[in-house]
Design a protein around this ligand. Sequence first.
Ligand code: UTP
Length: 299
Amino acid sequence: MTSTTSPDSQFRTAVVPAAGLGTRFLPATKTVPKELLPVVDTPGIELIAEEATEAGAGRLAIVTSERKVGVMAHFSEDQVLEDTLSDRGKDVLLHKVQRAPGLIEVVDVRQDEPLGLGHAVAQVESVLGDEEQAVAVLLPDDLVLPFGILGRMSQVRAERGGSVLCAFEVSPEEVSSYGVFEVTDTDDPAVKQVRGMVEKPAAEDAPSNLAAAGRYVLDRAIFDALRRIEPGAGGELQLTDAIDLLINEGHPVHVVVHDGTRHDLGNPGGYIKACVDFALDNPAYADELREWLGGRLDH
Ligand code: UTP
């Protein structure tokens, strides 16, 4: 595939950090990368690639480790499988198999040790062109629906500069599970300026009800900031520490408040909800599932 960028997009490269150990999903993730677990029939990583492509990215830089080579394999052509499906007239399946390799150019970036999300993102600098002034980062655990938030975030960077993150509203009972933004208003109710972030605060200490979702449009300055922060908890380099450093140095950081759904594919409970949500929207499964769920919920 050739690498192109939509003229409106602020970034060419979309970074997908996928080198984590996925411990919340063991034992499945002992051998199967969580990014390949299917939401109905499509691996989460393919949905992420689709979102990045729609947002105007020209290539996907997937950060992987030796344990997770299967993630890249999903984007390679499989001629034997394609020929077999073609010979058998299985055109719908053939189309499904050809979809991922045809979506977007993918680049494999290696993180040899899982030293944190910040460390994973830092590895991508070496594959960027000199002209790339920003990158998008999509955490593959997070499904942010409907697609389109990255385009909106790009627009905010074009208008206000700096870096743009994504937030969604949570209830007071939920804030302690998330990174929560401290913000001030702007002239746009859906865009806030970020003053800081608090990791997993108690409800009474939370600076807002705006939790961080795994979508970022980051100015290239993030790579320099990542070089200047110290490792935090567990020896990991935290992306939020680098963003905090930029905020403290006066770099503009805004959030777009997402008005839609979010699923966390990184743990079994969130993953099941995503599968049910997608299946209820799929005519092949919806009626039977709805009927079965109705009966099951009565017991
Ligand atoms: P998470 O902490 O949510 O994912 O990191 P994890 O480490 O894979 O999962 P658990 O917590 O053990 O269950 C957020 C994202 O950052 C990536 C992960 O793959 C995930 O997509 N990541 C994390 C890296 O690429 N490298 C790291 O060193 C850490």
